[in-house]
Design a binder for this molecule. Sequence first.
Ligand SMILES: *Cc1c(COP(=O)(O)O)cnc(C)c1O
Length: 292
Amino acid sequence: MSARLGKTVWLKMEALQPCGSFKLRGVGHACLTHAERGARHFVSSSGGNAGVAVAYCGRMLHIPVTVVVPETTSARALELLRLEGAEVIVHGQSWAEANTLAQSMLDAHTAFIHPFDDPLLWHGHASLVDEVAEAGIKPDAVVLSVGGGGLLCGVAEGMHRQGWDDVPIIAAETHGMASYARSLEADAVVALPAVTGIATSLGAKQPSSEAVAWSRRLPISSVEVSDREAVTAALQLLTDHRVLVEPACGAALAAVEKNSEELAAAKDILIVVCGGVVATLAQLQDWERTLA
Ligand SMILES: *Cc1c(COP(=O)(O)O)cnc(C)c1O
């Protein structure tokens, strides 16, 4: 990718985590912390990478996991959750209904693991920046995808701790999921009436308030890409580096591929290749054909 783009591009390969995304960092830290505090059961309402990470962590810690997901959840996501050994409850038409049932299961020994809005998660995610710094690298821009903003909060925490307050963060979203872009424009948390498109891991209707608060402390700007650009960039990563990722991750790659204005001056770019296990190669190729 560096050779093709004529820049130094560092890829932080979160796609290679055992459960396929960066979520393991934050979810792992949250699950361990809750286990130390006596949790004997973990509950999640994510039918995506966060749910898969909770299921994986429960399996590793020998703690049972229940994931409540809506009827719209793909067969592939259900399969992944079950392969990780989670109890999967399919309930309700929307995430809100599934989440209400999940919340009703909580008690003194049951911990709810949030997909993006929890300081424990951010603290875990921040470790990825420490690893980059320990490798002796300080990029002149960091590019990452934003859904609810958990990854952003963690990376911002890590960058701040490393004294990288001068390094711009480029927050990538697809057009239909751009709640963070709208929030940056308003300098306040903005909720989208609906989210649209294929990058489902970016599908939070609104970012966390902490993600918006970081934009007042660090130089953060937004880049929006189309679904098509995200898919093309994901397939390009597969060609260049033989790693399969979701369109949600393709959004960050696409921001660099299209050499967006925000990145024109950057010569040394770190991309958080956040990964994702829910999309398959056949599905990426299908989207490439059908998205105009
Ligand atoms: C969770 C996830 C995101 C979005 O992360 P947030 O912390 O919600 O901003 C992006 N890409 C992938 C692959 C994810 O799993």
